[in-house]
Ligand binder design. Structure first.
Ligand code: CP3
Length: 337
């Protein structure tokens, strides 16, 4: 995995899956029920480490991703957060008038628990398994802060950014500072690569995409690399489409996460052949399984052959995914090496 992130093309692509620790695993559901709440799970170094390791034990993925959430940053900046069963996150909102209420720095007690989980995972992981730390992209996190949780079209954040770009820029700057600090904390605790999940980047028109996604994420990468030279970074600007070229132009030294809608041929036209890419099996094809799954695995693998490629989904694994299909995926990638 680290070789690929450093630009090497391998005959057998390394594999991990976004959201690989989660509700499709019975051992996760069992531990989640015992923990009480999702946040209790995130802030318990012992349980968060255990959940991170569950998919590694079961499937032997080439990378583990820390079990946590992108909303830990706003929570550690003082915004109330709960995850109601089956309802998704409920986050305290900010707007143009209240943005300066955000704490000046991350709560060390909360974040210390996250870094303790990272240390536990690193010491328990096999040496060859890469540990990935992460944050959400500032734009994506801002959509949750503006809406107080999930929203369908992110109108709250978009209208704030359109109506009062100065105060929205202050929110984004605070999230950039917190992201650099949080990624550094994870790296210092043992994360060997980091991913920036900008899940809602693609919906923005080009000029806003450049201002609220490419600019802030580039700033995070620049400042992070100043502290941790050479740290591999995967940027996942979901649904960026052809705007991926702008991401690669601004950050020539990162790996790019490709969502389900990107085609390898399109990517071939937009990106240099040396840029490491990650993706992009459709999570619904993984649910479907069978011959369609085999065909898609082979197609993606051969389309990216010869370029540095990490096999992954195009978005997070869904709770209804059969475990046997994940086993099939890993076996197929390894049997034909
Ligand atoms: O990938 C992993 O296994 C690591 C852990 C991880 C989680 N969330 C755990 C989680 C990661 C990397 C995330 C990222 C995340 N969180 C994103 C970006 C990636 C993406 O999917 O687009 C976003 C947008 C969030 C915010 C979030 N967290 C939402 C909207 C929800 C509720 C919806 C849902 O899937 O339940 C969560 C909760 C959450 N985060 C769960 C998990 C395993 C489910 C909580 C539960 O067990 O009840």
């Amino acid at each position: 995995m680290l070789d690929v992130l450093h630009g090497k093309a391998l005959a057998r692509p390394p594999v991990w899956l976004m959201r690989q620790a989660g509700r499709y695993l019975p051992e996760y559901r069992e531990l989640r029920a015992r923990a009480g709440s999702f946040l209790d799970l995130c802030y318990s170094p012992e349980l968060a480490a255990e959940v991170t390791l569950q998919p590694i034990r079961r499937f032997g993925f080439d990378a583990a991703i820390l079990f946590s959430d992108i909303l830990i940053i706003p929570h550690a900046l003082g915004l109330g957060l709960t995850f109601a069963e089956g309802e998704g996150p409920k986050l305290e909102t900010l707007d143009a008038g209240t943005v300066d209420r955000l704490a000046p720095a991350l709560d060390p007690e909360k974040c210390g628990r996250v870094y303790a989980a990272v240390r536990r995972v690193r010491s328990a992981l096999p040496a060859e398994t890469t540990l990935i730390g992460f944050v959400g992209g500032p734009w994506t996190v801002a959509t949750y802060i503006a809406a107080g949780g999930s929203s369908s079209d992110h109108a709250e954040a978009r209208l704030w950014a359109l109506g009062d770009p100065e105060s929205f820029a202050r929110l984004i700057e605070r999230l950039v500072d917190a992201s650099v600090a949080h990624l550094s904390g994870q790296i210092e605790a043992g994360a060997e690569a980091v991913q920036i999940f900008d899940s809602w980047a693609g919906e923005l028109p080009e000029s806003e995409f450049l201002r609220w996604c490419v600019g802030p994420v580039s700033e995070i990468v620049r400042r992070l690399r100043h502290k941790h030279p050479g740290i591999p970074v995967i940027v996942f600007p979901r649904a960026a489409g052809t705007k991926l070229a702008a991401v690669a132009a601004a950050m020539p030294d990162v790996a790019l996460g490709l969502d389900t809608a990107e085609s390898p041929e399109g990517v071939g036209r937009l990106l240099l052949a040396s840029t490491p890419v990650q993706g992009n099996l459709d999570p619904l094809v993984l649910i479907r399984g069978g011959a369609a799954l085999d065909r898609e695995i082979d197609r993606i693998r051969s389309a990216f052959a010869g370029r540095p490629h990490i096999f992954n989904l195009g978005h997070g694994i869904k709770p209804q995914t059969p475990i046997a299909h994940v086993e099939r995926l890993v076996a197929r990638l390894r049997e034909s090496a």
